[in-house]
Each structure stands twice: as C-alpha cells, then as structure tokens.
Design a protein around this ligand. Structure first.
Ligand code: ATP
Ligand code: MG
Length: 707
C-alpha cells in the first residue's frame, strides 16, 4: 500500500470518532463554547426540517457510538458512519477578474463571510450570474481566473490544494465521464484508482463500498447501463447526477462535498430524488454538503440547514434556512405572503432590490454575528486533532498508488474495457480494413510494366499518408476526453504521464492488429514484393506509421484548446508532411525553406522504408511481352505531348532486347537509391518519442478549463 490517505479516512473514521466525537473534543473551553453555539444554532432549525435533516447531527453521533460498540473493525463495510464533516469558514472571500484587454476589472464576489458547520447541508442561491458557481469554485480551489481575496478555513485551518483534494469532492454542473463505460464500471474505476490498496482484502472492501454507494445513490437499476454521451444513448440526467456523486463518494470518501446545481435540468421528482440521496449522505455520514441551486421546490428547500443568498456577487443573507430568511427579509419590509414558493420569493426580492438587500445585510446583526463566528474559528487555531485535517504540505502524495500500480489499474479498469466496444474496434481496425479493401479494388494486382510501377508507387505513398488522415479519430477522442482527464487530474485520480502511457499501451495491441489487417489485405491484393520478409517489414513500417499518426492526433487535441483548432490543424500537418514526403515533389527540388521539414518528416522516412523494401535489389521483366517495353501503356496513361511521345518511342525502338527495369532505377527517380530500409524505419521511429513527449506536454501543461 503506497499511500494510506483514503483508506485511513475510510477505515479509521469510525475508530477515530469513537475517541474524539465531532466538534466536541477541543480542549480549550472557548472552543467548546464556539462549537456548542454553532450546534445550538443549527438546532433551532430543527422545527422546520426535523423530518429530514434536523436530527442528523445526533444521528451521526449516535451512529458512531453504536457502531463503535458493536463492531470496531468494520472497516469499509458500509458507510463511513460517524465520520466528521468539515466546518467551512469563509472570511471575506472575494474574486475579481480582468476583462477583455485587461484594462477593466469585474468584481465577481465581494466579502463573503460566514460559517458552514460540519454536517450541514448549505444551499447557495441567487439569480443567474449572482456568483454561486464562482463561490463554490473559490471554496473548492477550482477558480483559476482572477484575484482571490479573503480566507477559506477548513476546520479552522487554511487548507492547501492537496488538502482540499483529499478531503473534499466537487461535482460540477455537467459531469464528464467516458460515455462507453457502464455506471458500474465508472464507479469501479473511481474506487480502484482512488482508494489505496491492491490486496484481496482491499479489493473486497472496495467492492463492498461500491455496492453500498450504489445502494445509497439508488443506482442499482442502471448499474449496467452505459453512461452515454452526445453520441451514445445512456443513463438519464438524474442518474448522471447521482452517478457523479457516487463516483466522488467512492473516490475519496469526502468530508465535504461541493455540488454545482445538482438538480438543474431535472424534473421536480428527479430533483427531489437527487436531494434525497444527498441528505442521506448528510444524515448517515455527517458530511458537509454545499450546493448551488436554482429555485428548488419547497420539499427540496426543507432539506437545507443553511442558506447563502447572493446577488451581484454580494451577500444578501447568510444564515439558517427554513423560516429564518423570511423573517430576515420581513424586517427589511419585504413580506412573504403565505402560499408562495419561498425560494421564488427570495430570488425575486434580491433580484429586484439587489442594492437595498446587500446594504441591509452588510449592516445587519446577522452579518456581524457571522463575522464574529468566523473570527472565533480563525482565532481558535484548532490543533488539527485526530479527526480533522492533516495539512502538512508534501506529507502525503495526492495519489493513492505508486506510478506503476496506478498505470496497471488504469489499463485494467479504464482503458481495458474499451476493447469490449464495437466502436473501438471499428474506428481502429474496421476502418483500416475497409480502406485497404477499397484501395485494393482500385490497385488490384499491378504488373511491373512502367505504368504498373507508377501505380505501385502511388499506392505505396497512399499507404504512408492514410494514417495521418485517420488520426482524426484520435483527435476527436482526446478532445472528448479532455474534460474527463482535466477533472480526474484535479481530483488526483492519476498522474498525467500515466494518462498518456495507459492510452498508448491500451492502443498498442489494436494498432498492431490494424497494421496487420491493413497490410495483409492491401499488400497481397496490390501485388507488392512477394517475399514474406518484405511483407513483415511492410507490417512493421505500417505499425510505426500508425503509431506516430495516432500520437500526432492525440497531441493536437491535448495541446490546442477549443473545438475548432484541433480539427483544423490536423489536415494542415498531414498536408505539409505529404508535400515533403518525396512523392509529389522530388526531394532534390524541394524548396530550401522546406528542406528541414523534409529531413524531419516521418512520412518521407516511412515512404523511403517502403520503397526500398519494395525495390532494392529487384529487376522486372514483366514488360517484355510488349514490343515497346510497356511504353504504349505508359504513353496512354500519361497523355504526353506528341513530341515527348516520339522521343520515348525512339528511345524504346533503339533497344534490341528487353532490358530489365531495375529497382534501383525506380529508387533513383525519387532520390532514394542510397537509402537503407532499416535505417529509414529507424529515422521514422524517432518521431515516436518526440510526439509522445509533445502529447505529454499537452496533457500536463495545457489548461482546457477556465473558471
Ligand atoms: N472567468 C470569468 N471571466 C469572466 N467573467 C466571469 C468569470 N467567472 C465568472 N464570471 C462572471 O461572474 C458572474 C458570476 O458567474 P457565476 O457563474 O458564478 O454565476 P452563477 O450565479 O453561478 O450563475 P448561474 O446561475 O447562471 O450558473 C457572471 O456574470 C459571470 O459572467
Ligand atoms: Mg452557476
């Protein structure tokens, strides 16, 4: 076991909470007071929503104790009962971004101060553009744009990014998953990669956890359904939201979860279903939940303990949910009329009277209480007790496994399952076979008369450049995966290098199969060099060529942000490589400006390898049946001017016997007479590490997400 971070949380939480009950273990009396006061405030809420969440704190404590009494060693068997949620204190949190050319700025969030206590479910509400997602991004340290102000404290401590990743989970509004995997496979991968340990006992405990989470998130009915994407029909929107939560739960057993609009796009029943699952997490596991939401139904609203109401990036309310906001707004003269939807009333009020509401709140005693409460928490400087966070930088790796174990898990659970899908076979192998079949129909059994040799050179060049155009498949695929790997990197699922490695390793057998299938069809149908060793060399060259093209396709999508860029760049690269390949423009006549490209272009080395393989040391007499040495055919095909035809005929007529066409003379036409097939292949292969590195750079350095 390389790292014990998640299992420690997962396994040890019940044991730890046994000795140090949540929020009641602080040694200093003032700490005790502060926490008691927070808990008391929460207790006031119970009259409104005790049916759903009011008893959660007590439940958690009781659950922890009864569990302790009954089974202290129940590690991983079922929920992490009694584990502690995080207390999140926001101290003047702000965010300001530069607009356009950078001359003007925009305040996205301003002085957000307040506390979300451990085990609470807090909702951030407000009109569209109020700053809800931005606040969630700031708290979860995902905000990448602008200048942040203020402090965010987790259990009284300013967390490092690693700490945030370790103890919290973020569920974005639109969750990105690999659409070809089933619900179960998606959760399985999250658990396998994020929870440490690979022994039989560890795997069994992960399986148990997966089953528990599937049950908790009510995903049993769709466990074998494909997740789906915009091209694959998959699970419903509500199931997708629940899958996102389930995947986070399996990934790191988080103490706090941040969810951006977990109910948007769902009907009221589905929305209530998702919230019901979330409130189970709060009630059963005591996790802190913070979510943004647009005008929830009354039923959903009742599950919230705390409400953060924003307007124009400023607070208009930060306090207990339930009836408290209505009372607060009533004191400002905005009276709630019974019968209306409370959240509608709140959003309408802060939208229409934004300035009045924000300035009223800023002067209110509620605001002062919030500031005081944050100050208390900041002053406590809690000694990170056993159940709270370990914030020491560098102490733990954010990854659950060592690099090799991680790679193995990725190949087995992430990339391996792709082999089951027909679309994977079709886009890799099937398309190449179809194209080889089509080309064979056009170039079937070429003879070795001059015209046949011209055709053979043509088809050899097509075989060289085809993979560069087929690389579009990989460009599109990585483009779709960018969102997934960006999230998974952020959640420290795996190292960027391993994303590249697992992708390439999982593709290698398919690339080998594709090159064998493609070559087997094309080579024998066209009638290339009949030697078996020449055929094997053709297969090997195709394999290298396919791999390079695939790496270029992947690099482009990883390195070029946006949708249009990658799709436009690939044809440009393919065309440039094609032009310096040596077939269309003879090597000697390539403009000086492009000589460097000729030298480094893998296509020209692949072409050279194939041509030498085909022609070196060979002689052709197939044209001897014709009195003009096969010249008539060639003249017909080339449509040369009459003067040229006459000179050619004179040249042919001067021959007294059938001179062979030598392979060397063909190679000389393309300035390839001094080339060696193996060294050409070696030079072509040098592009593999180059493009592997550029792919890695793209994956690890280029940010595709701006928040
Ligand atoms: N990186 C950014 N660059 C420019 N503007 C930004 C950026 N991030 C946020 N904003 C702006 O900040 C404001 C708040 O955005 P945010 O996404 O937080 O709103 P929201 O309350 O989540 O809205 P919605 O309910 O529509 O999701 C918006 O006006 C948005 O345009
Ligand atoms: Mg939003």
């Amino acid at each position: 076991m390389s790292d014990n971070r998640c299992v420690d949380d997962f396994k040890a939480a019940p044991t730890q909470s046994r000795h140090i009950p949540r929020q009641t273990t602080f040694e200093r009396p003032c700490t005790m007071g502060a926490n008691q006061s927070r808990i008391r405030k929460r207790g006031e809420n119970t009259s409104f929503h005790d049916a759903v969440a009011g008893e959660s704190l007590d439940d958690v404590e009781t659950a922890a104790r009864s569990e302790d009494a009954s089974n202290a060693s129940m590690m991983g068997a079922g929920p992490a009962r009694g584990r502690n949620g995080l207390t999140i204190a926001l101290d003047g949190v702000g965010n300001e971004i530069k607009l356009g050319n950078g001359s003007s700025t925009k305040v996205i969030l301003k002085s957000i101060t307040g506390v979300i206590s451990a085990g609470e479910m807090a909702a951030i509400m407000g009109p569209s553009g109020a700053g809800k997602t931005s606040l969630l991004d700031c708290i979860s340290m995902r905000k990448t744009e602008g200048v942040m102000a203020g402090k965010i404290l987790f259990d009284g401590v300013q967390p490092s990014l690693d700490t945030v990743k370790k103890y919290t989970a973020y569920v974005p509004q639109i969750e990105a998953f690999f659409g070809g995997a089933t619900v179960y496979e998606t959760i399985l991968f999250a658990a396998m990669i994020k929870l440490p340990g690979t022994s039989a006992a560890d795997v069994a405990s992960k399986m148990e956890r997966i089953e528990h989470v599937i049950d908790q998130m009510n995903l049993d009915k769709c466990r074998d359904t494909l997740v789906g994407s915009h091209i694959i029909r998959g699970i419903s929107g509500g199931e997708l939201k629940r899958l996102a939560v389930a995947s986070s739960l399996c990934a790191c057993n988080p103490r706090a979860m941040f969810l951006d609009e977990p109910t948007s796009g769902l009907d009221s029943t589905m929305a209530a279903d998702v919230i019901k699952c979330l409130s189970r997490l709060q009630a059963e596991d005591g996790r802190t939940l913070l979510l943004t939401i647009h005008q929830p139904s009354m039923h959903v609203y009742q599950t919230f303990n705390k409400l953060i109401l924003l307007s124009g990036g400023e607070l208009t309310y930060f306090g207990n949910a339930g009836h408290h906001p209505m009372e607060f707004f009533a004191t400002q003269g905005f009276t709630y009329e019974a019968g209306f939807n409370i959240t509608e009333f709140l959003i309408d009020t802060v939208s229409q009277s934004s300035e009045a509401c924000t300035s009223y709140y800023a002067k209110s005693s509620l605001c002062s209480e919030n500031i005081k409460e944050v100050e208390e928490i900041a002053l406590l400087k809690l000694p990170m007790n056993a159940v709270t966070i370990n914030n020491e930088p560098g102490k733990d790796s954010p990854y659950a496994h060592g690099p090799l174990t991680e790679l193995w898990i990725m190949i087995k659970f992430k990339d391996g399952p792709k082999w089951r899908y027909a679309v994977f076979w079709f886009t890799r192998c099937g398309l190449y076979m179809i194209l080889a079949g089509l080309l064979s129909l056009f170039f079937y059994q070429q003879d070795r008369a001059p015209s046949g040799i011209l055709n053979l050179n043509g088809i050899a060049f097509i075989a060289c450049i085809l993979p560069s155009f087929m690389a579009q498949v990989h460009t599109e695929e990585v483009k779709m995966e960018r969102e997934v790997y960006t999230r998974e990197f952020h959640d420290s699922f795996y190292r960027p290098g391993n994303y590249v490695a697992s992708k390439i390793i999982a593709e290698l057998p398919m690339t080998m199969l594709a090159s064998i299938a493609f070559s087997a069809i094309l080579y024998w149908c066209v009638g290339f060099n009949p030697s078996f060793s020449a055929f094997c060399f053709f297969v090997l060259t195709s394999f290298i060529n396919f791999t390079i093209a695939q790496l270029i396709g992947c690099t482009i999508s990883a390195a070029i942000p946006g949708e249009i860029g990658p799709a436009s760049l690939l044809p440009i690269i393919a065309t440039l490589n094609m032009l310096v390949g040596g077939f269309f423009i003879r090597a000697k006549t390539i403009h000086d400006m492009w000589k460097w490209l000729y030298t480094v272009s893998f296509i020209q080395w692949v072409w050279s390898a194939l041509m030498v393989n085909e022609y070196q040391g060979r002689q052709f007499f197939d044209h001897c049946d014709s009195t003009t040495g096969g010249l008539d055919d060639l003249v017909d095909q080339l449509s040369l001017p009459e003067s040229s035809v006459q000179s050619l005929r004179m040249f042919a007529a001067n021959q007294n016997e059938c001179d062979p066409i030598t392979g060397e003379s063909v190679l000389r036409t393309f300035s390839l007479e001094s080339r060696n097939r193996w060294s050409s292949l070696l030079y072509a292969s040098l592009s593999v590490p180059v493009y592997l590195f550029t792919f890695y750079l793209g994956v690890s350095r280029v940010r595709h997400e701006k928040r």
